[in-house]
Write a protein that binds this ligand. Structure first.
Ligand code: SF4
Length: 387
């Protein structure tokens, strides 16, 4: 592939292939391989990789799947993503998946894990209770135990023993993956016209459904290409989009924001891919400890984490300064409790620091962007004219 557009087009096809063809093909190529689905936001995929598995991110049906049966499973006043995931289950999209991980982020995800158990989906279903205590001897011990439970489940399926060597190797691959994604964000920070936010989104999202080795190859090409000058800078404001960490906005909405006079230079769309800030230590005799410590000490901030000792407001301000943000767009899925409970706190901080912001709600299958385009366009114009 010779251009970023070609890479992004390939990645878009991979990312939105709801038949998960690449994962199935990978599994079929060797006996003993397992495919494990995981929900947002963050799951340490290293432990599945080290067990000869592929961890596949499940982010809902987006705007590619018509929801009919899934709606019947839920009341109207919750977010959209679990409906489309149930629809995918009922239409057999996950056939061949061996297990499913539900990281604890909200009651909806907790209930969805129960739904999977009732529907008999997969050979195991694990609600991964992430610690909200960040002390090593409390939260760390608990988290390690949770991860060990997942590893035990996979061992029951294929009998692969996760040695320190295997796990260190997997950590190294995912460290590289995070580093390359961060490089793309960092280069876009200075040259956002070289790659659209939607293209970046597709390139990162493809990594949720293909082996990390292949994704690293794609990212290396993208990093090489984005270093070459393409396109022309435009008179747009620089925005940070916040609140979209779980149910994903449709790609059309991401495009709409940029078409309405903004460069999205920071976001939390696929936060799990960048959850650990920096590398996880490699080479130790106890790499599971390294994964545990990284979660406790290097996690980014998110509405799903209760980090009273490390306030999100301050971390948001740091990000605004780092990316030289002109304005914040709070975009949350309808009825997303974690995001919507946090937004007043974060918005107050923006008000206090005289940082401009707007907010709106979306669903993964939102199809009309006209109102959002007008709102974002007015936001962009007002900053350009009066700031
Ligand atoms: S979108 Fe929000 S409410 Fe819905 S499952 Fe995700 S975190 Fe929970």
């Amino acid at each position: 592939m010779n251009t970023l557009k070609e890479i992004a087009a390939l990645c878009e096809d991979l990312a939105f292939d709801l038949s998960f063809a690449r994962a199935r093909e990978w599994k079929s190529q060797e006996a003993g391989r397992v495919v494990v689905g995981h929900m947002p936001i963050y799951f340490p995929r290293e432990i599945i990789h080290a067990a000869n598995g592929l961890a596949v991110g499940i982010l809902g049906g987006g705007d590619k799947k018509l929801i009919i049966k899934g709606d019947a499973y839920y009341q109207s006043y919750i977010c959209h993503m679990p409906r489309s995931i149930v629809e995918l289950v009922l239409d057999k999209h996950f056939e061949g998946f061996d297990g499913f991980i539900f990281p604890s982020i909200c009651d909806v995800i907790r209930n969805l894990s129960g739904m999977f158990q009732l529907m008999g989906e997969g050979k195991f279903v694990k609600y991964l209770d992430l610690p909200q205590n960040f002390k090593a001897h409390i939260g760390g011990t608990f988290y390690r135990h949770e991860l060990q439970t997942v590893m035990d489940e996979v061992f029951k399926l294929n009998g692969v023993v996760i040695t320190a060597e295997r796990l260190n190797h997997s950590i190294g691959l995912f460290n590289l993956n995070r580093r390359l994604i961060c490089q793309l964000y960092d280069i876009r920070q200075d040259f956002p016209w070289r790659m659209t936010a939607a293209d970046l989104y597709h390139i990162v999202r493809a990594g949720y459904v293909i082996p990390v080795e292949e994704h690293n190859g794609i990212l290396e090409q993208a990093v090489r290409l984005i270093q070459q000058e393409t396109g022309d800078p435009m008179d747009k404001i620089r925005v940070l989009v916040m609140g979209a960490f779980c149910e994903q906005p449709p790609a059309g909405l991401i495009r709409t924001i940029e078409l309405a006079g903004c460069y999205i230079v920071e976001d939390d769309f696929l936060l799990g891919a960048r959850w650990i800030q920096g590398d996880i230590g490699t080479g130790s005799a106890d790499p599971l400890e390294a994964i545990t410590s990284a979660y406790l000490e290097k996690s980014t901030f998110s509405s799903s984490v209760y980090d009273v000792g490390n306030p999100k407001e301050a971390r948001l301000l740091d990000l605004i300064r780092k990316r030289k943000i002109d304005g914040v767009i709070f975009a949350a899925p309808s009825f997303c409790d974690p995001a919507l409970l946090d937004h007043p706190i974060l918005q107050k901080e923006c008000n206090d620091k005289n940082i401009r912001f707007i907010s709106f709600l979306y669903s993964e299958n939102t199809g009309q962007f006209k109102v959002i385009k007008e709102q974002v366009g007015t936001f962009s114009d007002s900053i350009k004219l009066w700031d």
